[in-house]
Design a protein around this ligand. Structure first.
Ligand SMILES: *[C@@H]1O[C@H](CO)[C@@H](O)[C@H](O)[C@H]1NC(C)=O
Ligand SMILES: *[C@@H]1O[C@H](CO)[C@@H](O)[C@H](O)[C@H]1NC(C)=O
Ligand SMILES: CC(=O)N[C@H]1CO[C@H](CO)[C@@H](O)[C@@H]1O
Ligand SMILES: [Zn+2]
Ligand SMILES: [Zn+2]
Ligand SMILES: [Zn+2]
Ligand SMILES: [Zn+2]
Length: 787
């Protein structure tokens, strides 16, 4: 997903294989990145560029009015089915294919405002109505409808006077309308009278009250930032040793839940999603599936409800005009002109490009020039002093600057020569395209000399950028940080919020990159938009290194497999506590039985053991089953659960429930209760029951889901915390007061460590607790009776 599109990779493999042996050897030897880039650029042929042009067309990002039409129709369909969240996102898609100021744009905004109204998002709805009116050529016949909606929003928000003014406006407009089709408006007029009466009553009743304040979001948790490491807290210091390189150390004893790093991404790029990459953009739009790119701002990564599109392309969408402008000024003006090329070249290449755009040419050139100097003369390093840590400014500060990004290790010589070549050729192709865009032929013949000079300068600039981008692309193999987010799932009117963790984007975080890996880390990383927050999971004594997990975690991957993955991707042999303990030869007395698998015997339901061909652990049964059989069944089960979860999203509760029960029966026949798939099915069942208000059943299924999640991620993991949160909500809604209080406390204990005490979820738990405690205190009898 992060590398270029498969067709381009296949082509580069063919080019690599067809190179004369001496050429390939030349490219395989360790050499400065600059030379690798120049060699690759010299090997880029016009057929290769043609291949990329073809691919770029598949990932088209132009505005296409026909697609606007079909997206809008799909939006209308979902709207009628009561799926307002999906409808809003589809209207946004349609919007991104309309021309600024066109009537179609106004209609899309008006349509979306209807969906937002049904979602109870009145402020955002008003914003869309304003945009529809301002879109320039807002069709006259739309106006009564949207003005009425505006009045209803204002009423819902308690802004009586404004609502009355808006109603007055609609009334005048409707009664002035002499056209025959205005007869339809009589319905509206009736509705209008109704609203006017309620506006009057309400305003009389509430005249003396101040306007209802919106719910105030508390600001971010206060913290003390280190003066020497940007984005890190004062309880953290920077260490350096030859074997470990740079790393972060606790400068004082750190309690659990303490915020250690809060860092905004230097750059981040949304992952476009499988649908787009597999089918191309036109096809992906047709199937109506929503992806990250519909649901999150392309600049700040915050969730989108009512996006504004880029004016140049149909791909980039933003949470508002501020992000749109920031993105445009710092990098998107260039990206937008490149069309689908960046999608074809993959997220890593895109991140590399955006990094040099954000840094600016002067910064890039300074870092590139300095690194070339370092290679030639050792003296420069000595001049900066023996204690100088790479990436730090001359005053010893590690800033969140381009210099820090540049100093991350590219491990150029450890990557396979063919990967280096793929990155080199991709960057070379990108540079070629950038060059074409910047070098339109001049008109006057006299300017030829100047033009040649300008061309030379431009090509020198491109060499600098190319070298830097190649470096970033290689760095990303080890330093890319996956940005994740919690996506809502399940029926949108369910009282219990479903959610699942999804991979959202890839970013570069210079301070986060200083953390070394542990398979049993004492920290947790959580993202809000493109800001990462690292907290201590357990007490960390002063002087101990601060570690986080790069992916393979002891809870769900065995030591040998973890070490294989880490060595392949990050080039180190993990020496963490967990690995050392697990790899110790087990004492002869200890149970040296093979690790039980999460599959169980189809004949007797006992756990299976072994690898390749699994054997039932019951001595009396001893059934043998090839592992692939289990994987095939798991695959079928996966498809079935997927359909059930789609039905759930669409609030088809009965159908979904029936299918889920079937999945569960099937799963029980070959999966252990601790299997994550089992947990997922139980979680969906709980959501379906919760949406029906059948709380005891929902709680029962959640308890089983918690078991599986705890087995897979550990009891203090954020995943377990999210399930506990749902259990607390279910018990709270089901009025099981004392049990609910226990669940609230457990959820709080786990989640506060990961999320801090100011997050929305923690505030909700706090409110539930206050409410439950009051209930239990004032009427213990009533509370007990409810049990
Ligand atoms: C969207 O706009 C069209 C054209 O104005 C209209 O026919 C349709 O009912 C609208 N849909 C919604 C959900 O407002
Ligand atoms: C940190 O990373 C280096 C390589 O980058 C590795 O050799 C070392 O063992 C790691 N340290 C720990 C504590 O895992
Ligand atoms: C790497 C590291 O510091 N691991 C520690 C995390 O916390 C547990 C429990 O407190 C310790 O046992 C680990 O050594
Ligand atoms: Zn934004
Ligand atoms: Zn654009
Ligand atoms: Zn390890
Ligand atoms: Zn058996």
């Amino acid at each position: 997903m992060e590398l270029p599109a498969e067709e381009w990779r296949a082509r580069v493999r063919r080019v690599w294989a067809s190179l004369p042996a001496p050429r390939r050897e030349e490219l395989s030897r360790p050499r400065p990145l600059r030379e690798t880039f120049l060699l690759a650029a010299a090997l880029l042929r016009s057929e290769d560029e043609e291949c990329l042009r073809r691919l770029s067309r598949r990932f088209a990002v132009e505005k296409d009015p026909r697609l606007a039409g079909s997206c809008k129709q799909e939006g209308n369909r979902r709207f009628r089915a009561g799926e307002h969240r999906a409808a809003a996102a589809l209207y946004s898609r349609a919007l991104s294919h309309t021309e600024a100021g066109s009537p179609e744009m106004a209609i899309c905004y008006a349509n979306r405002s209807a969906a937002l109204f049904h979602l109870g998002q009145f402020e955002v709805c008003l914003e869309d109505i304003r945009r529809a009116q301002q879109a320039g050529s807002c069709p006259e016949k739309l106006l009564p409808k949207i003005l009425l909606r505006k009045a209803e929003c204002l009423l819902s928000l308690g802004r009586w006077q404004e609502a009355a003014d808006a109603l007055h406006g609609v009334g005048k407009r409707l009664s002035a309308d002499q056209r025959p089709e205005a007869a339809r408006h009589r319905v509206l007029l009736g509705r209008l009278d109704q609203l006017r009466v309620s506006a009057l009553e309400e305003s009389g009743a509430f005249d003396h009250l101040p306007a209802v304040p919106g719910q105030v979001e508390p600001g971010p948790e206060p913290w003390e930032e280190s003066s020497s490491i940007s984005g890190a807290s004062v309880s953290v210091s920077l260490g350096f040793s030859t074997c470990k390189g740079r790393h972060l150390v606790a400068a004082q004893d750190v309690p659990p839940g303490k915020l250690l790093v809060r860092e905004e991404a230097f750059v981040s790029v949304l992952c476009p999603g499988e649908g787009l990459l597999l089918q191309g953009s036109a096809q992906a739009l047709q199937d109506g599936c929503l992806a990250n790119t519909d649901l999150h701002c392309h600049h700040c990564l915050h969730p989108l409800l009512a996006s504004v599109p880029c004016q140049g392309c149909s791909y980039s969408k933003y949470c508002g005009p501020t992000c749109a402008q920031l993105a445009w000024r710092s990098y998107h003006w260039r990206e937008c002109a490149l069309g689908g090329l960046l999608l074809a070249l993959g997220v890593f290449c895109h991140v590399a490009f955006r990094t040099v755009m954000v840094a600016g040419f002067a910064e890039v050139k300074a870092s590139v020039t300095q690194s070339q100097g370092d290679g030639v003369a050792e003296s420069t390093a000595a001049e900066r002093g023996p204690h100088h840590i790479p990436g730090c400014e001359t005053n010893g500060q590690y800033g969140g600057s381009y210099r820090a990004i540049f100093s991350l290790l590219p491990h150029a010589d450890r990557h396979s020569p063919s990967l280096r070549f793929l990155c080199g050729l991709s960057v070379a192709a990108l540079c070629r395209k950038l060059g074409e865009a910047g070098l339109e032929p001049g008109i006057s013949g006299e300017a030829v000399k100047e033009e040649l000079q300008a061309a030379e300068e431009a090509s020198a600039r491109l060499q600098v950028l190319g070298e830097a981008m190649l470096r970033h692309m290689l760095q990303l193999q080890c330093n890319a940080q996956a940005v994740t987010a919690l996506h809502p799932s399940g029926p949108e009117d369910g009282l219990v919020a479903g959610s699942r963790q999804v991979r959202l984007a890839t970013g570069l975080f210079p301070t986060l990159s200083l953390l070394n890996h542990s398979c049993d880390p004492n920290t947790s990383v959580v993202f809000t938009g493109s800001t990462a927050e690292v907290r201590a999971l357990r007490p960390i004594p002063r002087g101990q290194e601060i570690l986080h997990c790069y992916g393979p975690h002891r809870c769900h991957t065995g030591a040998a497999e973890r070490r294989r993955q880490l060595l392949a991707q990050y080039f180190f042999e993990c020496q963490c506590q967990a690995c050392l303990e697990e790899l110790q030869p087990s004492p002869p007395s200890g149970a040296s039985a093979p690790k039980a698998s999460l599959f169980c015997c189809p004949a007797c339901q006992m756990p299976m053991q072994g690898e390749g061909t699994l054997r039932c652990s019951s001595v009396t049964c001893n059934q043998l089953v090839p592992e692939e059989d289990f994987h095939r069944r798991l695959h079928d089960l996966q498809r079935l659960t997927q359909s059930a979860s789609e039905l759930l999203e669409r609030s088809r509760l009965d159908q979904s429930l029936e299918l889920l029960q079937k999945c569960r029966l099937d799963a029980e026949r070959f999966l252990s209760p601790a299997h994550l798939k089992m947990g997922e099915i139980e979680d969906h069942l709980a959501q379906a029951y919760a949406a029906m208000g059948r709380w005891p059943e929902a709680a029962g299924h959640l308890r089983r889901s918690i078991q599986a999640v705890e087995a897979h991620f550990g009891p203090s993991s954020i995943e377990a915390g999210q399930e506990l949160f749902k259990l607390a909500q279910v018990l709270f809604n089901g009025c099981v007061a004392s049990e609910a209080l226990r669940a609230v406390q457990r959820a709080k204990a786990v989640l506060s460590v990961h999320l801090g005490t100011r997050s929305a979820q923690l505030r909700e738990l706090q409110e539930m607790r206050a409410c439950l405690e009051e209930l239990l205190q004032t009427s213990p009898a009533a509370a007990a009776k409810l049990l």
